[in-house]
Structures are given as structure tokens and as C-alpha cells.
Design a protein around this ligand. Structure first.
Ligand code: ARG
Ligand code: ZN
Length: 860
């Protein structure tokens, strides 16, 4: 059934406290729940529950007669609850080892852990499993001492004991919370310990746990956690509020990590880091995700969501907080470009497809389908716009007021917007449209004029159709458009302004005196990606080259280079390559990045990277041939590498270093640029021997992986040699995932064949999401040439995977099913084949609601 945002209704009972008792047995775990309820509206009490075996139910100590309650597929209904406060006690049996959905209480490598967001708590016990039901939790866990030596739950441990081969521990969480923040962990874990003293003097015991074999890879996450705690105090004045903070790494996890109060549970991929097993990118991810989950303690836990439609209230805000944290910890310019790339490739693509939704969706069937790049990353851009419009001090005032007003409660996106408006005495009514309207707006610069000595320009906005929202009904957004004006002759900046575009079309002026014609000047538009929109202006090749070297906004300098590359690739695609000079301009841009010896090496590497398949596809009209686009893309990439092979070799050689590994920006940048050169040299051809040497000389995973990737595209003996060694020497399971993924994404003629072998490999797993996605989702998402093979073989493979995996893990299958969502973009033949896959999926018997929702939305 579809749920709608407009249908929100307050609960008829509050659950003031919940006491949980977990009795962990070999197959079944018995969960006894004691709820103290108070009527706030009365009527029948309808609690959520899924896959539970009800053992007993009593109200105020009396066993309920059979006709007093009713069990539905997903509910427990008490027909006539008492009209004054009462106690409901239920006992249910659950089977964690059989829980392949990885939602609720499940087993991972023999240990028990929970994942309750969004709706997993109902798979543990009967409850109001929605975020506006906030309760005081106590919890007791009893289990076998040998098998489960470590017992953890939220909050403070308040008791512990043992008898025979059993032991138990009990916990009390002093903060009221919704059920999605509940957590329990029981297992044989090792870990490391640290300490953080908050600014008001609270000593916090920091514990990072994992399976024993991974305990040597936990130091970086502890360091990341300490940095995040300090940063949140310094930046927002926010302190941690419990005496202990646990992070537990588990191998089987659907998402990245979970912010359960005082007891975060993490995918190993977002915690473990050591030079031999993790790349620089992995280090960054650990830093970012550890911080993200920590920041949730305020933006998410202390102030939570009233209903799941409000998800971006906590996720957009927390992503914004982790992004700016990483900007402060590493390089602001590099982090910003990395984030903008995600927006332009993944988020803009979602906006352009059948799953397009506002950051605050209006309806859902399976909430887990809405943990999207739109809710998270576009949501973060929306938060960033508040900061841009209000300035940092104004934004901070808004944040202070938000926490002051709403601490300890479950609220809405409108409450957040009101806090921002009220703290600054500004009107943010129009700003609500970012929450109600889906799609990527386009901001077009037209009409540049000089009147007297003033330069003025006209900006207009539009937004394409999205599901249920025709373009003609969309209202103008309130868009901060950061612009600068440059003088072509001197290369100097004349002026810089933040224009607030609120109407369909508006004219703005720069200050500063100008003379001559508008063509003597260049506008740098949407600096810093000041809004999640597509910026458009007609620029000549020379103007783009001018911006690529003169703009003082690093994001727009990079963007100018991207536009130059885009022109070359699209010219190649349409067959116009011979006519213009677009490839020459691309080569010049590429060469300039290589030769920019004094520039930040990370930025130089980013300027060597051309836009990807998804981003380019958004620039083409519907009905294009995706394989032809892949070919144009790789032909331009090859041409760039071949034209600059001398410079590439020179820069590559100059960046060798045998200094010990560290993750300082300078070292990361050096590796990033050196490995970008390697990738290009491999593309140019004849670099196999050197790639093998790169692999042999590598002192860290970053360099090893780069060498393996450089070789993966061609069936050579060097590829076999290096891939063989890579697998043999893999230091942990995450490295094995990289081995799988690099083959599944390889732009090789034998890609599908390879992937089919990988699925049959002894180390492949259908139940471990990381392993599964490394092969299957990587193929569908990162190997467009093979996925879109003209004979439909790539589609058929993914269709069968969706159908099979849906039987065990709905969330993983639903994500994978999203791969077919772009069918309308491609030529009739491919579109037809993809559509047929969706139809096949929809009619599968017993399909989950998750996959059903994605498939049916995609077909509309
Ligand atoms: N709140 C988590 C985070 O972003 C994500 C959990 C999502 N889980 C899910 N099954 N949808 O930090
Ligand atoms: Zn989050």
C-alpha cells in the first residue's frame, strides 16, 4: 500500500517506556517487550509487526483472551485497550540466522546485530514503528557466554551477571528515542578504545569493535571520530551527551552505517582502513561516514523526524555537515568538486528519470527505496543554500534556534525552515518549493548588456516535467546564483555578486565600471555550484579556455574544463568531430592540467578526468545509442592520452616516491595525479610492463589497485598475472570486493563473460551485500558498454539477478532494479528490451513491495 505525506495523523497512544528482554537461544531468540502506554486519542491499538511468532500477550498482568486481539500480516490489534495508562507485555520468537533481509535482528559472521531504520524494529517486536513515537528504552540481553562474549545496547550498561554457560547485561538509555534508533549487538568481537573529553568536561569512552581479524584496521576510524567530536563542538557548539560511544563493524550490511543512539553499527567498508587494504578514497569515506553518524547524534537523534517523508530533515542536514567537515579536514576545493560530480552524475540522472522525487517525497510504498541521492545529496545542497543565502553567522543562528526549539522532539522540514527564517527575520516561504517540486531546474544566462558603465545580465529559470509534476505547473524556485564578471583583456575579476533569482526571469547588475561591449567580458556563473541546478550560457571555445585558466573559483575552473571535454565527446558522438576544433581545445586543456606544475595535484588530476557516461547522457536527446556514447567517450579519452603521452610519462615519473604512507593532502594528491597518469598511459597503449611494475612497487592499496585497474580492460597475460596476485595476496574481504569490482567494471570486450565467471567464483556471495554489489551492481552501474550490449545479454543477466535476489534481500534487489529506470533515454530497440525486463520482473510471483515499487514506477 502506498502511504502519503498528507495523511499524517498523530498516534492515539504514547508508548512512554519500553523494556526489552532478549533471550538468545540457538535458533530462536525470544523477545519479551513490556510497554507502558498512555491513551492520547484512544480507540483500537494497532502496532506494527512483521515475521514475528507471537508466544503470549498480556495487559496489566493478565493474559489476553484470543478474541481481545487480532494478528494481521503486519499488525497486532488490541481491540479495546484500557482508557487509562496500561502495560502491554508481549513475548515473540524471531530467527536471526534466517533473516537474510538484514533488517531487524540478524546474524553476520556468527554475531548478532540489528538494523532498524527505517522499519526494521517491527521485525523484532510489536511496536509503533514510526519515528514520532519516542520512548524511554531499557534492554536486557542474555546469551551464551562463549559464543557471545560481548553484549551491547544503547546507553549505559547498568547490570551484568552470569550463571553456567550463560551471561547477561542490561542497559538504560537516558534519552527518549524512536524505535529506528534502537540497537543490540552480541558477539565475539575485539576492538580498540579511546577517550574524548568534551568541552564541558565529560569524559567519553570511545569503543570501536570488529571481528578479531580486523582489529588492526580500526585506528583511523577512532581518529576520525575524535576529529568529528571536536569539529562539532567548534563549529556548532554541539557536544556528545553519553559516557560511552560504540562503533561496531559488521561484514553484512545493506547500507553504509547507522547512527543508533550511542551504538553505531557500520558496514566494514566504512570503518576499516589500513594502508595495505584501503585506498585513499576509502580513508576519506571512513572519515566522512564516521563523522556523518556522529553528527546524527544531534541532527537526527536529539532532534528527529516526525515521519519518514521528512527524512531529508536529518539526512540532508547531516550530509551537509559531514561534507563541510571533510572540506575543513582535507581540501575544500577537491571535496566540493567530488560532491558536485555526484550531484551531476547520479542525482541529476535520478531527477531526469522515473524515480524523480522532491527531497521530501509525497508518497512511498517501501520507505527503504527513498534513501536516495536526492534525499541525501540534493537535500544537502538545499541546506547549503540556506547557508549561502543567510551567510554563515545567520545559518549558525538558525541552527541554534532549531536545536533550542526542538531538542528531544520529532519534527518536520517546515520546522527547520521556520527556525532559519525566524532566527534571521527573513521570509523563506518561496524556499519551500525546493521541498515540494522535483527535478533539476535550469538557470539560463541570456542578454548581457552594458548600460552606461554598468554590466547587467538576465537570468531565467525552468524545470522539466517530473512524475505527476508537469513543467507548466512548476513555480519558480528561490535560487542563489553566485556570479563573477571577468575582463577578457586583463584576465582580472571586475566584480562578484550573489544574485537571488526568484522569478521566471530577472535582470541583475554587477557593480564596478565597465566599458566597451559585453563581449569584452566573461561571466563565471553558478560559482561553487551555489544551487543544485544546471547552469547554461552560450560560451565560445575561447571563453571556456579563458575561464579554465583565469577563473578564481576552483569549481568553475574545473567546470570550464569539463565543458570543453564535453564538447569534444559530443562532437565525436554526433560525427561532427572533424568540423570544429573541439578536440584541439580538449587536448590543450588536458595538457595545461598536466603542465600546471605549481597547481594542487589533486585538482590537476580532477582536471584530467572527463565527464562520465551518465552525465554525458543527460546532455543528449532521448533515443540515443548508449554504446555509441561509450565509444565516443573512450575514443576521446584515448586521443587525449595519445596526444599528451610525453607529458604523461614525464609527470608520472616525477611523482614517484618511496616515503612511508600517510594520508596528508600532499601525499594523497601525489598518488591521485600519478595514478591518473598511469590510467591514461594504459589507455594510450603499450604500458603493460610498466603497469606490472607499478603493481610490484606499490607500497599501499591505492597504488596496487590503480595498477590492477589499468590492466583490467584488455585480455593480456599481464592482466592475468596481476589479477592472480591481487586475489592471492588480498589482506581482507574488502580487498576481495575490490578484485571483484574492478573486473566487473572493466571496459573489456569479454566483460559479461567475466562477470558470469565471477558469479560462479567460490568467493562470490549472494547474501553478503558488499560482495554481491561488487559484482552485480557494479556491472549494471559502472559498465555501460557491456550492460547495454545490443543483443540484450547484459539486461537479461541483471533481470535474472533482480528476480533471484529479491527472494532473499528486497532492499538489494530493489536498488539493482533501478538500473532499468533509464529505458526511455535509449534507442527503441534497447528501450524495448529494458522495458521487457521490467515487465518480466513485475509479473514475478511473490515479488517484494520494494522491487515492485521501483519496477512499476519505472514503467510509468
Ligand atoms: N541513517 C543511515 C545513515 O544515513 C542510513 C540507514 C538507512 N537504512 C536503510 N535500510 N534504508 O546514516
Ligand atoms: Zn545519515
Amino acid at each position: 500500500v502506498e502511504k502519503f505525506r498528507k495523511d499524517y495523523a498523530a498516534l492515539p497512544y504514547s508508548i512512554d517506556s519500553v523494556d526489552l528482554d532478549f533471550n538468545v537461544q540457538t535458533d530462536e531468540t525470544l523477545v519479551t517487550s513490556t510497554l507502558k502506554l498512555t491513551p492520547t486519542g484512544g480507540g483500537p491499538l494497532v502496532l506494527d509487526g512483521e515475521d514475528l511468532r507471537l508466544v503470549s500477550a498480556e495487559v496489566d498482568g493478565k493474559e489476553l483472551p484470543k478474541d481481545a486481539y487480532e494478528l494481521g500480516e503486519e499488525t497486532f490489534t488490541l481491540h479495546k485497550p484500557p482508557s487509562s495508562p496500561f502495560t502491554l507485555k508481549t513475548v515473540v520468537g524471531i530467527e536471526p540466522a534466517k533473516n537474510t533481509q538484514l533488517s531487524g535482528l540478524y546474524e553476520s559472521s556468527g554475531n548478532l546485530c540489528t538494523q532498524c531504520e527505517a522499519e526494521g524494529f517491527r521485525r523484532i517486536t510489536y511496536f509503533y514503528d514510526r519515528p514520532d513515537c519516542m520512548s524511554a528504552f531499557t534492554c536486557r540481553v542474555e546469551a551464551d557466554k562463549k559464543k557471545f562474549p560481548i553484549l551491547l545496547s544503547n546507553g549505559n550498561e547498568v547490570g551484568r551477571g552470569e550463571s553456567g554457560d550463560r551471561h547477561w547485561a542490561s542497559f538504560e538509555d537516558p534519552f527518549k528515542k524512536p524505535s529506528y534508533l534502537f540497537a543490540l549487538v552480541a558477539g565475539d568481537l575485539g576492538g580498540i578504545q579511546g577517550k574524548f573529553t568534551t568541552k564541558s568536561g565529560r569524559d567519553v569512552d570511545l569503543r570501536i569493535w570488529s571481528e578479531h581479524r580486523n582489529c588492526d584496521q580500526l585506528d583511523w576510524s577512532l581518529e576520525s571520530l575524535k576529529r568529528a567530536m571536536k569539529w562539532d563542538e567548534e563549529t556548532y557548539g554541539l557536544e556528545y551527551d553519553l559516557d560511552v560511544y560504540h562503533v561496531v563493524a559488521v561484514e553484512d550490511f545493506n547500507m553504509g552505517a547507522m547512527e543508533n543512539k550511542g551504538l553505531n553499527v557500520f558496514n566494514t567498508a566504512c570503518v576499516l582502513a589500513a594502508p595495505q587494504t584501503a585506498t585513499d578514497g576509502d580513508y576519506d569515506r571512513v572519515l566522512g561516514v564516521v563523522a556523518h553518524e556522529y553528527f546524527h547524534n544531534w541532527s537526527g537523534n536529539r532532534v528527529t523526524c516526525r515521519d519518514w517523508f521528512q527524512l531529508t530533515l536529518k539526512e540532508g542536514l547531516t550530509v551537509y555537515r559531514d561534507q563541510t567537515f571533510t572540506e575543513d579536514q582535507t581540501s575544500r576545493a577537491v571535496k566540493r568538486i567530488d560532491d558536485v560530480r555526484v550531484m551531476r552524475s547520479a542525482q541529476f540522472a535520478q531527477d531526469a528519470g522515473p524515480m524523480a522525487h522532491p527531497i521530501r517525497p509525497e508518497s512511498y510504498v517501501a520507505m527503504d527505496n527513498f534513501y536516495t541521492v536526492t534525499v541525501y545529496n540534493k537535500g544537502a545542497e538545499v541546506i547549503r543554500m540556506y547557508a549561502t543565502l543567510l551567510g554563515w553567522p545567520g545559518f549558525r543562528k538558525g541552527m541554534d534556534l532549531y536545536f533550542q526549539r526542538h531538542d528531544g522532539t520529532a519534527v518536520t522540514c517546515d520546522d527547520f525552515r521556520s527556525a532559519m527564517a525566524d532566527a534571521n527575520s527573513v521570509d523563506l516561504t518561496q524556499f519551500e518549493r525546493w521541498y515540494t517540486q522535483a527535478g533539476t531546474p535550469t538557470v539560463t544566462l541570456s542578454d548581457k548588456k552594458i548600460d552606461g558603465e554598468t554590466f547587467s545580465l538576465t537570468l531565467s529559470q525552468s524545470c522539466a516535467d517530473t512524475p505527476n509534476q508537469p513543467a507548466s505547473e512548476k513555480q519558480p524556485f528561490h535560487i542563489p546564483v553566485s556570479c563573477a564578471l571577468f575582463d577578457k583583456k586583463t584576465g582580472k575579476k571586475v566584480d562578484e555578486q550573489l544574485f537571488e533569482l526568484r522569478e521566471a526571469s530577472q535582470t541583475f547588475s554587477f557593480s564596478g565600471t565597465v566599458t566597451g561591449s559585453p563581449d569584452d567580458y566573461v561571466v563565471s556563473l553558478l560559482r561553487g555550484f551555489s544551487a543544485p541546478v544546471t547552469a547554461k550560457q552560450e560560451l565560445t571555445q575561447d571563453e571556456l579556455l579563458f575561464l579554465a585558466s583565469n577563473d578564481d573559483d576552483s569549481l568553475n575552473r574545473w567546470d570550464a574544463a569539463q565543458q570543453i571535454y564535453t564538447r569534444a565527446i559530443l562532437d565525436e558522438f554526433t560525427g561532427d568531430a572533424g568540423k570544429g576544433d573541439s578536440l584541439d581545445a580538449a587536448v590543450a586543456t588536458f595538457r595545461a592540467a598536466l603542465n600546471d606544475k605549481s597547481g594542487d595535484p589533486s585538482l590537476r588530476a580532477l582536471n584530467l578526468a572527463v565527464p562520465g557516461f551518465s552525465e554525458l547522457g543527460l546532455k543528449l536527446d532521448d533515443g540515443f545509442d548508449p554504446v555509441k556514447l561509450c565509444e565516443a567517450l573512450s575514443s576521446v579519452k584515448k586521443a587525449l592520452a595519445r596526444a599528451c603521452s610525453t607529458e604523461l610519462k614525464e609527470v608520472y615519473a616525477s611523482l614517484y616516491s618511496d616515503a612511508p604512507y600517510d594520508v596528508e593532502a600532499a601525499s594523497v594528491g601525489r598518488r591521485r595525479l600519478r595514478n591518473a597518469c598511469l590510467a591514461n598511459l594504459a589507455r594510450a597503449g603499450g604500458f603493460e610492463q610498466q603497469s606490472v611494475k607499478h603493481y610490484e612497487d606499490a607500497q599501499c592499496m591505492t597504488d596496487q589497485l590503480a595498477a590492477a585497474v589499468a590492466l583490467a580492460g584488455e585480455a593480456t597475460k599481464e592482466r592475468e598475472e596481476v589479477l592472480g596476485k591481487f586475489y592471492e595476496s588480498a589482506g581482507n574481504e574488502l580487498v576481495v570486493n575490490k578484485w571483484f569490482a574492478l573486473q566487473a567494471s572493466a571496459d573489456a570486450d569479454d566483460a559479461l563473460e567475466t562477470v558470469k565467471k565471477l558469479v560462479a567464483h567460490e568467493a562470490f556471495s549472494r547474501t553478503n551485500p558488499n560482495r554481491y554489489r561488487a559484482v552485480v551492481n557494479t556491472f549494471a552501474g559502472a559498465n555501460p558498454r557491456a550492460f547495454h550490449a545490443a543483443d540484450g545479454s547484459g539486461y537479461a543477466f541483471i533481470r535474472d539477478e533482480v528476480i533471484q535476489t529479491d527472494k532473499t534481500n528486497n532492499q538489494v534487489a530493489a536498488r539493482l532494479c533501478g538500473s532499468f529506470g533509464t529505458w526511455k533515454k535509449y534507442d527503441a530497440k534497447r528501450g524495448g528490451l529494458m522495458k521487457a525486463c521490467l515487465e518480466e520482473i513485475v509479473k514475478t510471483e511473490g515479488l517484494s513491495k520494494d522491487t515492485f515499487e521501483i519496477a512499476t514506477r519505472s514503467l510509468k
